[in-house]
Design a protein around this ligand. Structure first.
Ligand code: UGA
Length: 436
């Protein structure tokens, strides 16, 4: 099927390459010329496992192209809208300017029978507004939210947990749903559930899913606060809770909390939209989820300060990690970098390392020191803070070897990802989050 993907960021670039790998004929459109050139050369513009291979395969097979011109999308049967919906400046609501601009640019190219499938995360009611905007063209709007995780984006796009398509319950809506069934036939034949809803429910599924995940993380981090006050260990608590299959262990990872380009801004936008709908109190807890999350960053900084007996100025602190999570170079709202920046703000000599996100971090925060090699970051450190649970730190860093490099054997495990006993045995003073 001929299709366009409008917006080639984390979501759209992966979607375009994944659709080509399923045999479709795909054109990716982006306003950023440099990004289009990079993608056209078969280079992923950000770190995402398997994306380069998928891009190259699609380009070589002639099923994948990229362009800055919306005109090149004119013969597509389906246009996937995958532009960003960041947090609005000085507000909690989503900024929909990119959605509106993309729809306006696409309008002259929509034909009767073509489908505009929204993938961007939007406040409920946006799809109906977009449908109204395109109503004169004869095209049909459906909403098809994306649930991919960065770092697993290719896997999640090709083998998703579920496919959700929201559409109007009328002949045009049903035809559009059937078209989407054809798009995803390879996935549904492999057993992926295909759920059809109305437009509003499809938009809500995405917001609700991210709200639930954020709540689950903040729940365990709230338990970490209680554990700190009572002498319990939140990681053992999470293990014990997780054996209850109704609860499950996933997303009970305690530490410095969630960040990235999705969960933080999505819960704020969700709460802001609920307030607009007069139901703010129904999701008032999301404000607390946000507050708990941000408090964990304070706690990590405080642990370092306490470990150094309050003497932070001029002390060398190795910060291991900058990305908001492993297998990503994304530093948007990264808790890891936030901790590093705050320690620098307290006067520490902060040295940051990360296997993928160093360039992005250095551009955003030139006031920090950076080292490519982990051992160089560790050298002469008075304290070490692990803030992104890369395998390079979690599995591959030997406490004995690290002990030879540092000045002070203090380690703060901001992701509760290290073997505390092994570090203590090697002579380190180990501090976890919500652990004794
Ligand atoms: C999230 C959702 O998981 C995806 O389903 C969704 O499609 C995506 O947002 C989106 O809206 O586009 P992502 O932001 O890539 O995906 O990352 P997650 O793996 O969900 O992690 C988010 C943050 O939570 C990270 O900072 C991570 O370190 C943190 N986290 C995750 C924890 O602190 N504890 C956990 O147990 C799990």
């Amino acid at each position: 099927m001929r299709m366009s993907v409008i917006g080639c960021g984390y979501l759209g670039a992966v979607h375009a390459a994944a659709m080509a790998s399923l045999g479709h004929d795909v054109i990716g459109i982006d306003v950023d010329r440099e990004r289009v050139e990079t993608l056209s050369a078969g280079v992923a513009p950000f770190y995402e496992p398997q994306l380069t291979e998928l891009l190259r395969a699609g380009l070589e097979a002639g099923r994948l192209r990229f362009s800055t011109s919306m005109t090149d999308s004119a013969d597509a049967a389906v246009h996937f809208l995958a532009v960003g919906t960041p947090q609005a400046p000085n507000a909690d609501a989503a900024d929909l300017r990119y959605v509106d601009a993309a729809v306006d640019a696409l309008l002259p190219h929509l034909r009767p029978g073509s489908v505009l499938a929204g993938k961007s995360t939007v406040p409920v009611g946006t799809a109906a507004r977009v449908a109204e905007r395109v109503s004169g063209t004869g095209a049909t709007v459906v909403w098809n939210p994306e649930f991919l995780r960065e770092g697993w984006a290719v896997h999640d796009t090709i083998t998703p947990d579920r496919i959700v398509v929201g559409a109007a319950d009328d002949p045009a809506g049903r035809r559009a749903v059937d078209l989407l069934r054809d798009v995803y036939r390879a996935s549904t034949e492999a057993g992926t559930p295909f759920l059809v809803t109305d437009l509003a429910t499809a938009e809500l599924v995405k917001g609700a899913a991210n709200a639930f995940l954020a709540t689950k993380i903040s729940f365990i981090n709230a338990m970490a606060e209680i554990a700190e006050a009572s002498g319990a260990d939140v990681t053992l608590l999470a293990d014990a809770l997780g054996h209850d299959t109704r609860i499950g262990r996933r997303y009970l990872g305690s530490g410095i909390g969630f960040g990235g380009g999705c969960l933080p801004k999505d819960i704020r936008a969700f709460a802001a939209r609920a307030e607009e709908l007069g139901r703010g109190s129904a999701v008032g807890f999301l404000r607390e989820v946000d507050a708990i999350n941000l408090r964990r960053r304070d706690r990590a900084v405080q642990l370092v300060v306490d470990a150094l007996d309050g003497q932070v100025v001029g002390r060398r602190i190795a910060v291991l990690g900058a990305a908001f999570k492993p297998f990503s170079d994304d530093i948007r709202d990264s808790p890891a970098l936030d901790v590093a920046v705050r320690l620098r703000g307290l006067g520490a000599d902060v040295v940051v390392t990360d296997p993928a996100a160093l360039d992005n971090a250095a551009t955003a925060h030139p006031q920090l020191n950076y080292r490519v090699e982990r051992d160089e970051a560790l050298r002469d450190a008075d304290a070490v803070v692990v803030v992104t649970e890369w395998d390079e730190y979690r599995r591959e860093m030997s406490p004995q070897h690290a002990a030879e490099l540092v000045t002070g054997r203090i380690i703060v495990d901001g992701r509760n990802c290290l073997d505390a006993a092994a570090w203590r045995d090697a002579g380190w003073t180990y501090y976890g989050m919500g652990r004794r």
